[in-house]
Design a binder for this molecule. Structure first.
Ligand SMILES: C=C(O[C@@H]1C=C(C(=O)O)C=C[C@H]1O)C(=O)O
Length: 392
């Protein structure tokens, strides 16, 4: 893939309504805003989108943006003014990351996170629980503060070195200066006419630079009863959700290893032929999201447990990022392996699926492994130290 020299890194990042979804085989880049979709919760998304496209307007027949983790929180989608790269834009703010001063703070600390995992396992195995939660995904975050502007364009270009992920950037509503930037390996849903595809991931192992240890890590993951259980919960929920809308729903390759540059995952590509090709992608998105890959099962009880144990608002982390067109087709990725970035601050998130039998130390290490992709793009490790490759 060619390097992107684009407005992504241009001065004026703060105000830019820039949207990017960059998969190895296709890419969508959009700039500017014509209209913002009236904001609302997941259960009204489909109606708001239909109404939006009924009022004809100039510009691309497309909405791009993000939905948050919590179905009751408001999404943020907009009709862009232009599709494609802005010609002639110069890349700026390109100071090598790692050359400025960075402060990284774990929030919560790794030890506190491990403690929450232990409490989560206790809740999942509590015989007195009114409703038994079988899986809950717990996350933690790292807060970075820099003494100079974060070179977003450079971060994005580095993320794009991994051809197995979809790199994204989408503006966030809370503060005009904030964007969600990440490199997700997980397709939540793509829908084109009668074809719907979802590619859930659940069950993870850190990759190794030693090829034989790396192959062994993948084999161990495939053989892990705990990881297969974690995965099955997600896979079955997606079959159950899309099934009633489908003539046929299959997993042609079964559950296999899906690897990024830093992680192995258990993944299942699920392909559905819909009964009605006019089924709006927004309907399916609202039903599917959040899947047990990022939330848990049963959904509401798992979400309650997560908010009790995490103690922070996930915002748009573990939400979804993508687009919807006027045919009600679209493509949505799970917004993980990402950071909220404002001018000099970034907040990274990583989570791990917890089931009975999960080990707090291993789950904490799994979140560390999941931070690696983003931190490497910033040129730092989990302690905020510059990586060798980027050190002056
Ligand atoms: C929640 C995250 O990742 C999710 C959790 C996974 C797991 O628990 O094994 C695997 C892939 C993702 O669906 C994250 O990266 O933050």
């Amino acid at each position: 893939m060619t390097d992107l020299v684009s407005p992504l890194a241009a001065p004026g990042f703060q105000n830019a309504h820039t949207f990017l979804l960059s998969a190895p085989e296709h890419e969508l880049e959009a700039h500017g805003v014509i209209r913002t979709l009236p904001r609302g919760a997941a259960d009204s998304l489909s109606d708001r989108v239909s109404e939006f496209f009924q009022t004809a307007s100039d510009g691309p027949a497309l909405l791009v943006g993000a939905v948050p983790f919590a179905s009751s929180d408001e999404d943020y989608l907009f009709q862009p003014a232009r599709i494609g790269r802005l010609l002639g834009a110069k890349s700026g703010g390109d100071a090598a990351s790692g050359s400025g001063r960075w402060m990284l703070r774990a929030c919560p600390s790794a030890a506190d996170y491990a403690e929450s995992v232990a409490r989560c396992v206790a809740a999942l195995t509590d015989p007195a629980a009114a409703t038994q939660v079988t899986k809950a995904v717990l996350s933690r975050s790292l807060e970075l503060q820099s003494d100079s502007a974060i070179p977003v364009g450079q971060v994005i270009n580095r993320l794009r070195r991994d051809s197995s992920v979809t790199v994204f950037r989408t503006p966030l509503p809370a503060k005009a200066a904030t964007a969600l930037v990440g490199a997700t390996p997980e397709l939540l849903l793509s829908k084109k006419a009668e074809l719907a595809v979802s590619y859930p991931l659940a069950g993870s192992a850190r990759r190794s630079s030693d090829p034989s240890a790396d192959r062994q890590a993948a084999r161990d993951l495939l053989a892990s009863e705990k990881d297969q259980r974690e995965h099955r919960i997600t896979r079955e929920m997606i079959f159950d959700t899309l099934g009633p809308y489908s003539i046929e729903i299959t997993a042609p390759e079964g559950t296999t290893i899906r690897s990024t540059a830093t992680m192995h995952h258990l993944g299942t590509r699920i392909v559905a032929r819909l009964k009605d090709r006019a089924t709006p992608v927004a309907d399916l998105l609202s039903l599917l999201h959040p899947t047990p890959a990022v939330c848990g099962l049963p959904r509401r009880e798992a979400a309650d447990l997560i908010s009790r144990l995490e103690g922070y608002d996930r915002g748009f982390y573990a939400g979804a990022v993508g687009w919807i067109d006027d045919q009600q087709d679209g493509e949505w990725y799970v917004s993980i392996r990402c950071a909220e970035i404002s001018e000099r601050r970034a907040r990274f998130f990583a989570g791990a699926g917890i089931v009975p039998g999960s080990d707090p130390v291993k789950e904490t290490e799994e979140t560390s492994a999941k931070f690696t992709a983003m931190l490497t793009a910033f040129g730092i490790d989990e302690q905020g130290r510059p990586l060798q490759e980027f050190a002056a």
